[in-house]
Design a protein around this ligand. Structure first.
Ligand code: AP5
Length: 216
Protein backbone atom coordinates (compact mmCIF):
# COMPACT_ATOMS: atom_id res chain seq x y z
CA UNK A 1 0.00 0.00 0.00
CA UNK A 2 1.24 3.48 -0.92
CA UNK A 3 -0.64 6.09 1.07
CA UNK A 4 -0.46 9.68 2.24
CA UNK A 5 -1.54 10.72 5.73
CA UNK A 6 -2.73 14.32 6.00
CA UNK A 7 -4.22 16.64 8.58
CA UNK A 8 -3.50 19.90 10.36
CA UNK A 9 -0.34 20.41 12.46
CA UNK A 10 -0.65 18.34 15.61
CA UNK A 11 -3.49 16.21 14.20
CA UNK A 12 -1.55 13.07 15.10
CA UNK A 13 -0.06 12.25 11.69
CA UNK A 14 3.33 11.24 13.08
CA UNK A 15 1.86 9.31 16.01
CA UNK A 16 -0.51 7.37 13.78
CA UNK A 17 1.91 6.92 10.86
CA UNK A 18 4.42 5.17 13.13
CA UNK A 19 1.75 2.74 14.35
CA UNK A 20 0.25 2.07 10.90
CA UNK A 21 3.62 1.66 9.21
CA UNK A 22 4.53 -1.00 11.77
CA UNK A 23 1.17 -2.76 11.56
CA UNK A 24 0.88 -2.75 7.75
CA UNK A 25 4.54 -3.09 6.76
CA UNK A 26 4.95 0.35 5.20
CA UNK A 27 7.96 2.66 5.31
CA UNK A 28 7.06 5.88 7.16
CA UNK A 29 8.52 8.92 5.40
CA UNK A 30 7.96 12.16 7.33
CA UNK A 31 8.96 15.32 5.48
CA UNK A 32 9.13 17.14 8.84
CA UNK A 33 11.60 14.56 10.26
CA UNK A 34 13.73 14.62 7.10
CA UNK A 35 13.84 18.45 7.09
CA UNK A 36 14.60 18.57 10.83
CA UNK A 37 17.53 16.15 10.31
CA UNK A 38 18.91 18.48 7.61
CA UNK A 39 18.37 21.48 9.92
CA UNK A 40 20.21 19.72 12.76
CA UNK A 41 23.17 18.94 10.49
CA UNK A 42 24.05 22.65 10.48
CA UNK A 43 24.52 22.67 6.68
CA UNK A 44 23.85 25.82 4.61
CA UNK A 45 20.58 24.26 3.47
CA UNK A 46 19.76 23.39 7.08
CA UNK A 47 20.20 27.03 8.13
CA UNK A 48 17.79 28.14 5.39
CA UNK A 49 15.26 25.51 6.42
CA UNK A 50 15.43 26.73 10.03
CA UNK A 51 14.24 30.20 8.99
CA UNK A 52 11.07 28.83 7.39
CA UNK A 53 10.35 26.10 9.92
CA UNK A 54 10.86 28.19 13.07
CA UNK A 55 8.58 30.86 11.57
CA UNK A 56 5.82 28.29 10.97
CA UNK A 57 5.99 28.81 7.19
CA UNK A 58 6.21 26.14 4.52
CA UNK A 59 9.61 25.43 3.00
CA UNK A 60 9.61 26.31 -0.74
CA UNK A 61 8.24 23.56 -3.00
CA UNK A 62 11.41 23.07 -5.08
CA UNK A 63 13.51 22.41 -1.96
CA UNK A 64 11.06 19.95 -0.39
CA UNK A 65 10.32 18.17 -3.66
CA UNK A 66 14.03 17.58 -4.33
CA UNK A 67 14.60 16.17 -0.84
CA UNK A 68 11.48 13.97 -0.84
CA UNK A 69 11.85 12.71 -4.43
CA UNK A 70 15.12 11.05 -3.49
CA UNK A 71 13.63 9.28 -0.46
CA UNK A 72 10.48 8.27 -2.38
CA UNK A 73 12.48 6.82 -5.27
CA UNK A 74 14.32 4.63 -2.75
CA UNK A 75 11.18 3.37 -1.02
CA UNK A 76 8.34 3.38 -3.60
CA UNK A 77 8.74 -0.30 -4.55
CA UNK A 78 7.55 -1.37 -1.08
CA UNK A 79 4.74 -0.10 1.13
CA UNK A 80 4.99 3.63 1.71
CA UNK A 81 3.27 6.01 4.12
CA UNK A 82 3.99 9.68 3.38
CA UNK A 83 3.48 12.03 6.34
CA UNK A 84 3.58 15.82 5.81
CA UNK A 85 4.14 15.52 2.04
CA UNK A 86 2.58 16.64 -0.26
CA UNK A 87 1.56 19.87 1.45
CA UNK A 88 0.74 22.04 -1.57
CA UNK A 89 -1.07 21.28 -4.82
CA UNK A 90 2.22 21.79 -6.70
CA UNK A 91 3.87 19.13 -4.49
CA UNK A 92 0.91 16.75 -5.06
CA UNK A 93 1.20 17.12 -8.83
CA UNK A 94 4.94 16.45 -8.75
CA UNK A 95 4.39 13.40 -6.56
CA UNK A 96 1.74 12.04 -8.95
CA UNK A 97 4.17 12.49 -11.85
CA UNK A 98 7.02 10.79 -10.02
CA UNK A 99 4.90 7.82 -8.92
CA UNK A 100 3.40 7.46 -12.41
CA UNK A 101 6.91 7.28 -13.90
CA UNK A 102 7.81 4.62 -11.35
CA UNK A 103 4.56 2.74 -12.15
CA UNK A 104 3.66 2.87 -8.44
CA UNK A 105 0.65 5.19 -8.09
CA UNK A 106 -0.76 6.39 -4.80
CA UNK A 107 -3.50 4.10 -3.47
CA UNK A 108 -5.02 6.02 -0.56
CA UNK A 109 -5.20 9.49 0.98
CA UNK A 110 -5.97 9.38 4.70
CA UNK A 111 -7.08 12.62 6.34
CA UNK A 112 -7.08 12.98 10.13
CA UNK A 113 -9.86 15.43 10.86
CA UNK A 114 -9.24 17.54 14.00
CA UNK A 115 -10.82 20.84 15.05
CA UNK A 116 -8.45 23.83 15.30
CA UNK A 117 -9.52 24.25 18.94
CA UNK A 118 -7.70 21.00 19.93
CA UNK A 119 -4.51 21.79 18.08
CA UNK A 120 -2.78 24.30 20.39
CA UNK A 121 -2.90 21.98 23.41
CA UNK A 122 -1.66 19.03 21.38
CA UNK A 123 1.26 20.94 19.94
CA UNK A 124 2.42 22.85 22.98
CA UNK A 125 2.26 19.61 25.05
CA UNK A 126 4.19 17.54 22.53
CA UNK A 127 7.57 16.08 23.46
CA UNK A 128 9.57 13.72 21.27
CA UNK A 129 12.57 11.48 21.39
CA UNK A 130 15.46 13.05 19.46
CA UNK A 131 16.90 9.57 18.83
CA UNK A 132 13.96 7.45 17.56
CA UNK A 133 11.48 10.34 16.91
CA UNK A 134 8.73 8.66 18.95
CA UNK A 135 6.20 11.34 19.91
CA UNK A 136 4.75 11.83 23.42
CA UNK A 137 2.40 14.31 25.05
CA UNK A 138 2.66 15.70 28.58
CA UNK A 139 -1.02 14.87 29.17
CA UNK A 140 -2.27 12.42 26.52
CA UNK A 141 0.71 10.16 25.76
CA UNK A 142 3.03 10.30 28.75
CA UNK A 143 6.29 8.34 28.86
CA UNK A 144 6.54 5.64 31.56
CA UNK A 145 9.59 7.33 33.13
CA UNK A 146 9.72 11.06 33.67
CA UNK A 147 10.63 12.80 30.37
CA UNK A 148 12.53 9.77 29.00
CA UNK A 149 11.71 7.73 25.89
CA UNK A 150 10.10 4.35 26.66
CA UNK A 151 12.13 2.69 23.89
CA UNK A 152 15.67 4.01 24.44
CA UNK A 153 15.57 6.17 27.63
CA UNK A 154 16.79 9.25 25.73
CA UNK A 155 15.69 12.54 27.31
CA UNK A 156 12.65 13.93 25.47
CA UNK A 157 12.78 17.31 23.74
CA UNK A 158 10.34 20.00 22.70
CA UNK A 159 10.48 21.15 19.05
CA UNK A 160 11.56 24.77 18.47
CA UNK A 161 8.40 25.41 16.40
CA UNK A 162 6.05 24.02 19.06
CA UNK A 163 4.93 27.28 20.67
CA UNK A 164 1.64 29.17 20.61
CA UNK A 165 2.88 31.97 18.33
CA UNK A 166 4.04 29.57 15.64
CA UNK A 167 1.05 27.23 15.89
CA UNK A 168 -1.37 29.85 14.59
CA UNK A 169 0.93 30.49 11.59
CA UNK A 170 1.21 26.75 10.89
CA UNK A 171 -2.57 26.40 11.07
CA UNK A 172 -3.03 29.33 8.68
CA UNK A 173 -0.55 27.74 6.25
CA UNK A 174 -2.47 24.47 6.53
CA UNK A 175 -5.83 26.04 5.66
CA UNK A 176 -4.45 28.18 2.83
CA UNK A 177 -1.95 25.80 1.22
CA UNK A 178 -2.56 22.22 2.37
CA UNK A 179 -6.35 21.84 2.65
CA UNK A 180 -6.57 22.44 -1.16
CA UNK A 181 -4.51 19.26 -1.63
CA UNK A 182 -7.46 17.25 -0.25
CA UNK A 183 -9.70 18.99 -2.78
CA UNK A 184 -7.13 18.21 -5.53
CA UNK A 185 -7.18 14.46 -4.82
CA UNK A 186 -10.97 14.42 -4.44
CA UNK A 187 -11.50 16.14 -7.79
CA UNK A 188 -8.92 14.02 -9.61
CA UNK A 189 -10.90 10.97 -8.43
CA UNK A 190 -8.01 8.54 -8.98
CA UNK A 191 -7.11 7.93 -5.35
CA UNK A 192 -9.66 7.26 -2.58
CA UNK A 193 -9.70 10.08 -0.01
CA UNK A 194 -10.86 8.89 3.42
CA UNK A 195 -11.44 11.19 6.39
CA UNK A 196 -11.10 9.75 9.87
CA UNK A 197 -12.20 11.48 13.07
CA UNK A 198 -9.03 12.54 14.92
CA UNK A 199 -10.78 14.01 17.95
CA UNK A 200 -10.73 10.84 20.07
CA UNK A 201 -7.90 9.28 22.06
CA UNK A 202 -4.78 8.15 20.15
CA UNK A 203 -5.96 4.50 20.36
CA UNK A 204 -9.43 5.38 19.07
CA UNK A 205 -7.91 7.22 16.11
CA UNK A 206 -5.61 4.26 15.38
CA UNK A 207 -8.61 1.92 15.41
CA UNK A 208 -10.45 4.14 12.90
CA UNK A 209 -7.46 4.28 10.57
CA UNK A 210 -6.82 0.55 10.86
CA UNK A 211 -10.42 -0.19 9.85
CA UNK A 212 -9.94 1.89 6.69
CA UNK A 213 -6.65 0.20 5.73
CA UNK A 214 -7.96 -3.29 6.50
CA UNK A 215 -10.90 -2.72 4.12
CA UNK A 216 -8.65 -1.39 1.33
P1 AP5 B 1 5.83 18.66 10.32
O1 AP5 B 1 6.84 18.02 11.18
O2 AP5 B 1 5.21 17.88 9.23
O3 AP5 B 1 4.76 19.34 11.27
P2 AP5 B 1 3.17 19.47 11.22
O4 AP5 B 1 2.46 19.12 9.97
O5 AP5 B 1 2.96 20.83 11.75
O6 AP5 B 1 2.70 18.32 12.03
P3 AP5 B 1 3.22 17.95 13.40
O7 AP5 B 1 4.47 17.10 13.30
O8 AP5 B 1 3.32 19.17 14.25
O9 AP5 B 1 2.02 17.12 13.99
P4 AP5 B 1 1.48 15.66 13.73
O10 AP5 B 1 0.20 15.72 12.98
O11 AP5 B 1 2.54 14.73 13.21
O12 AP5 B 1 1.11 15.30 15.22
P5 AP5 B 1 1.80 14.33 16.30
O13 AP5 B 1 1.51 12.92 15.96
O14 AP5 B 1 3.21 14.69 16.55
O15 AP5 B 1 6.46 19.98 9.62
C1 AP5 B 1 7.18 20.92 10.38
C2 AP5 B 1 7.60 22.06 9.48
O16 AP5 B 1 8.44 21.54 8.41
C3 AP5 B 1 6.46 22.78 8.74
O17 AP5 B 1 5.90 23.81 9.52
C4 AP5 B 1 7.20 23.32 7.49
O18 AP5 B 1 7.97 24.45 7.81
C5 AP5 B 1 8.17 22.20 7.17
N1 AP5 B 1 7.60 21.21 6.23
C6 AP5 B 1 7.39 19.89 6.47
N2 AP5 B 1 6.89 19.28 5.38
C7 AP5 B 1 6.80 20.24 4.42
C8 AP5 B 1 6.34 20.22 3.08
N3 AP5 B 1 5.88 19.09 2.50
N4 AP5 B 1 6.36 21.39 2.39
C9 AP5 B 1 6.82 22.54 2.94
N5 AP5 B 1 7.27 22.62 4.23
C10 AP5 B 1 7.26 21.46 4.96
O19 AP5 B 1 0.88 14.72 17.56
C11 AP5 B 1 0.98 16.00 18.13
C12 AP5 B 1 0.89 15.88 19.67
O20 AP5 B 1 -0.43 15.46 20.04
C13 AP5 B 1 1.84 14.83 20.24
O21 AP5 B 1 2.28 15.29 21.50
C14 AP5 B 1 0.97 13.58 20.40
O22 AP5 B 1 1.42 12.79 21.47
C15 AP5 B 1 -0.39 14.20 20.69
N6 AP5 B 1 -1.50 13.43 20.13
C16 AP5 B 1 -1.52 12.76 18.96
N7 AP5 B 1 -2.74 12.21 18.75
C17 AP5 B 1 -3.50 12.56 19.82
C18 AP5 B 1 -4.85 12.31 20.20
N8 AP5 B 1 -5.67 11.57 19.42
N9 AP5 B 1 -5.31 12.85 21.37
C19 AP5 B 1 -4.49 13.62 22.15
N10 AP5 B 1 -3.19 13.86 21.86
C20 AP5 B 1 -2.70 13.36 20.71
Amino acid sequence: MRAVIMGPPGAGKGTQAKRLAEAFGMTHLSSGDILRAEKASGSDLGRKLKEYMDAGALVPDDVVVAIMAEAIAREAAGGLLLDGFPRTVAQAKTLDEQLAKLGKPLEMVLVIDVADSLIVERITGRRSCPKCKRPYHVKYLRPKNDNRCDDDATELEQRSDDNEATVSKRLAAYHAQTAPVIEYYTRAGKTPVVKVDGGGSPDEVTAGLRRVLERA
